[in-house]
Design a protein around this ligand. Structure first.
Ligand SMILES: [Cu+2]
Length: 270
């Protein structure tokens, strides 16, 4: 064994011990801790946070005892200042869509965020008026599409850095069941920290851009379609998606449909 192989093995050992943060559990999981004056909070997830849907559990302890029934809210924030972002985004902060926190009744709380962007985020966790902050590195999406954006032709919101921009709708991949059922979650940006989920949208899906089927609105911003033909298990394919809100078709750029801006594409691997 040459010295390079030995050095590589030593580095690998260091990487193994460094990974997984504060917890000694499975190597694939992600764990972190933060505290307020009265509460110790343990963050645990099956995977590190990444662009798109990201679910995790918070265990909240008071004086060492996991405590249910607490008012827990999340305040995710990305600081765009000084980063390698477009000039319109410089020096601005924004949030991202979130589900309401679920109290599991055993001192754990299930949380789901939908990250619209990879990069450095701070996650404020407010427990009964006290706030702890987790610093998170949100990874880029994997090979499949985590989120796609369509914009309103009619609604306008304040843009980063002034002026107005078309209201964006963020469509998040919630995964496939088998090779024929596809789920998404939709939220809009009303302002930089307000991302309501969108119900009642007319959302259509195609695998060939010829025949389109409507997704069912399952409430809470969640939509589903079954019976897709085309996607094959283990093979990455494309699902095309188009959407109208309040009777107005959304487009990739917020201008009128022109044949190339009227749908988005999700790369999916059933
Ligand atoms: Cu950002």
């Amino acid at each position: 064994m040459n010295r390079y192989a030995i050095a590589a093995m030593a580095l690998f050992a260091v990487a193994l011990t460094a990974c997984g943060s504060s917890d000694s559990g499975s190597s694939s999981g992600y764990n972190d801790t933060a505290s307020t004056a009265s509460y110790a909070i343990e963050y645990s997830a099956d995977a590190p946070p990444a662009m798109g849907k990201s679910s995790f559990t918070l265990k909240v302890k008071k004086a060492g005892v996991a405590t249910p029934g607490l008012a827990v809210t999340l305040a995710p924030m990305m600081d765009m200042g000084g980063g390698m972002r477009s000039t319109a985004d410089m020096g601005m902060t924004h949030g991202t869509p979130a589900e309401a926190v679920v109290d599991n009744g055993d001192g754990t709380y299930t949380c789901t965020l939908y990250y619209i962007m990879a990069g450095k985020w701070s996650l404020g966790v407010n427990v009964e008026g006290e706030t702890a902050t987790f610093m998170l590195n949100v990874a880029m999406a994997g090979k499949d599409t985590a989120m796609a954006k369509l914009s309103s032709q009619t609604k306008r919101i304040m843009a980063l850095g002034g002026g107005m921009q078309p209201m964006p709708y963020f469509l998040f991949n919630e995964g496939m069941t088998g090779a024929d059922t596809f789920r998404i979650f939709i939220a809009a940006r009303q302002d930089m920290f307000t991302y309501p989920h969108i119900g009642g949208a007319h959302v259509e899906v195609s695998t060939d851009k010829a025949s389109w089927g409507a997704m069912m609105d399952h409430g809470g911003g969640h939509y589903m379609i079954g019976g897709l033909t085309g996607p094959k298990a283990g093979v990455q394919g494309s699902i095309y998606i188009r959407m109208s809100v309040d009777g107005s078709q959304c487009t990739t750029d917020g201008s009128a449909p022109n044949g190339s801006n009227d749908y988005q594409t999700f790369l999916v691997t059933p």
